[in-house]
Design a protein around this ligand. Structure first.
Ligand code: MLT
Length: 321
C-alpha cells in the first residue's frame, strides 16, 4: 500500500528529503492555491501544513482518507480541530523548532520600536536627514511584561534580562518557581499592565485571551507603554489599540500578526504613525523552517508507517477509529 502525502504550502526542501528513501509514501509538494488543494484531496492520507492553507470543514470533507495533519509550526488555528477530531484525524504540531526565531523577531521588533528604526530608514530612503524626529528610549532599566510564559515567552525573557530589563510575566498555567528560576516575577495581569513599559504577547488565542488588548485593558496599562505582538492578531482589538496610539496614551506598537492575513487595506493599525509591521515573519528563518518542516515530515512518516504519534494537539482523535 502507498500512502499519499500532500504538502501544499511550500514546505522547506529539507522536509521533502525526509521522504526520499522511504517506501510506501508518495509525496506531492508545492505551493498550491486552495482550489488546487481541494482537487487533490480525494486520495490524501496526510497533510504537511504551514500557515497558508486553511484546513476547514470544506477541505476536510474533501479528504475522505485523511488520517494525519502535521503542522510545521506551533499554531493550529488554521485547522478546524472540532471537525478533524470528530473524524478521528490526528493533528500534530512542532512546538519547539521556531521558538528562538520567534523570540529573536520579537526582540528585533522591540528594539526597532524603541529606536524608530523602520521609520528612520524610510525617512533616509526619501533623502531626508531627520535626527531629531527619531529620539528613542533604551531597553535597559525598563520593565518588560510578557503575557504567556511558554517556550517563546521564556526565550524572550532571557534576552530581555541580558539587556538589563526587569521582566514580569503573566501565565496562569506556569508555576511561579519556573519563572523565578529564570529571574522573572510571575504576576497577575493587572499588575503586569500597571508595571510594564513594554508588553510582549506570547499567548495562544483562547476565550480568555481573544482581544485581550482592548480599551479596558489599555486603560490599566502605563501611559507610554509599547506593545509587541508576534503571537496572533486576534489577541488585539485593533480599533481600540489604534485609538490609544492616536491619543498618545500608547507610545507605539510592533505587529507581526493580523486577525486576517494579509490584513485588509483599511486595517486600523497598518500605516498608522507609531506602529511598525512585519508580514508574519517571526518564524521565518532558514533555521526554524528547516527544523519545523523536517520534524513535521518525520511526524507524518512515523504516524503513517509505524502508528506512532507525537505532539498530538487533539488526543481525543486517537480514541476514534
Ligand atoms: C506558528 O504558529 O508556528 C507561527 O506563527 C509561524 C507560522 O504560522 O508559520
Amino acid at each position: 500500500m502507498t500512502y499519499q502525502v500532500l504538502s501544499p504550502d511550500n514546505a522547506h526542501a529539507r522536509a521533502l528529503d525526509v521522504f526520499a528513501n522511504i517506501e510506501g509514501i508518495q509525496l506531492t509538494a508545492g505551493s498550491f492555491k486552495r482550489d488546487q488543494v481541494l482537487s487533490m484531496l480525494a486520495e490524501t492520507d496526510a497533510i504537511i501544513l504551514r500557515s497558508a492553507t486553511t484546513v476547514d470543514a470544506e477541505l476536510l470533507n474533501a479528504a475522505p482518507k485523511l488520517k494525519v495533519i502535521a503542522r510545521a509550526g506551533v499554531g493550529v488555528d488554521n485547522v478546524d480541530l472540532d471537525v478533524a477530531t470528530a473524524r478521528g484525524i490526528i493533528v500534530m504540531n512542532t512546538p519547539d523548532g521556531n521558538t528562538i526565531a520567534t523570540a529573536e523577531h520579537t526582540f528585533g521588533l522591540m528594539l526597532a520600536l524603541a529606536r524608530h528604526i523602520p521609520q528612520a530608514y524610510g525617512s533616509m530612503q526619501q533623502g531626508k536627514w531627520e535626527r531629531k524626529s527619531f529620539m528613542g528610549v533604551e531597553l535597559r532599566g525598563k520593565t518588560l511584561g510578557i503575557v504567556g510564559f511558554g517556550r517563546i515567552g521564556r526565550a524572550v525573557a532571557k534576552r530581555a534580562l541580558a539587556f538589563e530589563m526587569t521582566v514580569v510575566a503573566y501565565d496562569p498555567y506556569i508555576p511561579a518557581d519556573v519563572a523565578a528560576d529564570l529571574g522573572v516575577e510571575l504576576v497577575d495581569l493587572d499588575t503586569l499592565y500597571s508595571r510594564a513599559d513594554f508588553i510582549a504577547l506570547h499567548s495562544l488565542v483562547t476565550d480568555e485571551t481573544r482581544y485581550m488588548v482592548n480599551a479596558e485593558s489599555i486603560a490599566k496599562m502605563k501611559a507610554g507603554v509599547r506593545i509587541v505582538n508576534a503571537a496572533r492578531g486576534l489577541l488585539i482589538n485593533d480599533d481600540d489599540l489604534a485609538a490609544a496610539i492616536k491619543s498618545g496614551y500608547v507610545a507605539g506598537a510592533a505587529v507581526d500578526v493580523y486577525a486576517e492575513e494579509p490584513p485588509p487595506d483599511n486595517h486600523p493599525l497598518v500605516g498608522l504613525a507609531g506602529v511598525i509591521h512585519t508580514p508574519h515573519l517571526a518564524a521565518s528563518t532558514d533555521d526554524a523552517q528547516i527544523s519545523v518542516s523536517v520534524e513535521a515530515a518525520q511526524l507524518v512518516v512515523d504516524a503513517l508507517l509505524k502508528g506512532e504519534y507525537k505532539n498530538v494537539v487533539n488526543p481525543a482523535a486517537l480514541t476514534i477509529g
